[in-house]
Design a protein around this ligand. Structure first.
Ligand code: M6P
Ligand code: ZN
Length: 191
């Protein structure tokens, strides 16, 4: 099993394979199925029914070996598979950084976007290969796959940032992203 490296981390090189969505050497891999996204989709009835039938994999996150520790700069590649639940696009759980720090997402393959919410203002930033999305400190962020193929992006974030998922469940994300016959439709997030 892969794991994060233990400090001190030596200067090293990381091989990024955009097609495989992998980083080598790699640390932990996280697989999230639909059942791991409880409370995220608007239509809970369809969510429950799809969880009890196929419970598909919605996304995976492959990390490098750089640990999530203060002063380190971890990276990961997230692959969100194409699909929707009740018309709402497959998405990441979404989180706020308990330690307010910025983050960048760099598009590798496919088409997707970042929904960002600071508790008042909401933004949607489209990400395609070669584009960098900047997430400022204090903005919760959730990624969606708005295309018909796997959407992959590299994330680079401060090791002390952390992941607060409860904030999103409590405050929402400002926007929800749906597919209407392949076209992206953004709707207000009603709590
Ligand atoms: C990106 C980074 C990770 C995050 C992952 C999945 O790779 O932001 O820190 O874990 O996306 O997002 P989430 O944690 O919201 O499921
Ligand atoms: Zn983050």
């Amino acid at each position: 099993m892969t794991s994060f490296a233990v400090p001190p981390i030596n200067p090293h090189q990381i091989f990024l394979d955009a097609n495989a969505g992998s980083l080598t050497p790699s640390g932990p891999t996280l697989i999230r199925r639909l059942s791991d996204l409880a409370g995220c989709f608007e239509n809970n009835e369809i969510f429950e029914s799809e969880v009890s039938s196929t419970n598909p994999i919605v996304y995976q996150v492959i990390s490098s070996t750089v640990p999530e520790l203060p002063r380190e700069l971890p990276q990961s590649i997230t692959t969100i598979f194409p699909g929707n639940c009740g018309g709402e696009l497959y998405m990441t759980k979404g989180h706020q950084h308990p330690d307010p720090q910025g983050e960048i997402y760099f598009g590798l393959e496919g088409i997707g976007g970042i929904i960002m919410f600071d508790g008042k203002e909401k933004k949607y930033v489209e990400i395609t290969p070669g584009k960098i999305g900047y997430i400022p400190p204090g903005w919760a962020h959730r990624s969606v796959n708005s295309g018909g193929e796997a959407y992959k992006f590299l994330a680079v974030y401060p090791g002390s940032a952390g992941h607060d998922y409860g904030w999103v469940l409590e405050n929402g994300m400002g926007l929800r992203a749906f597919s209407d016959g392949g076209k992206l439709v953004l709707k207000d997030f009603i709590i």
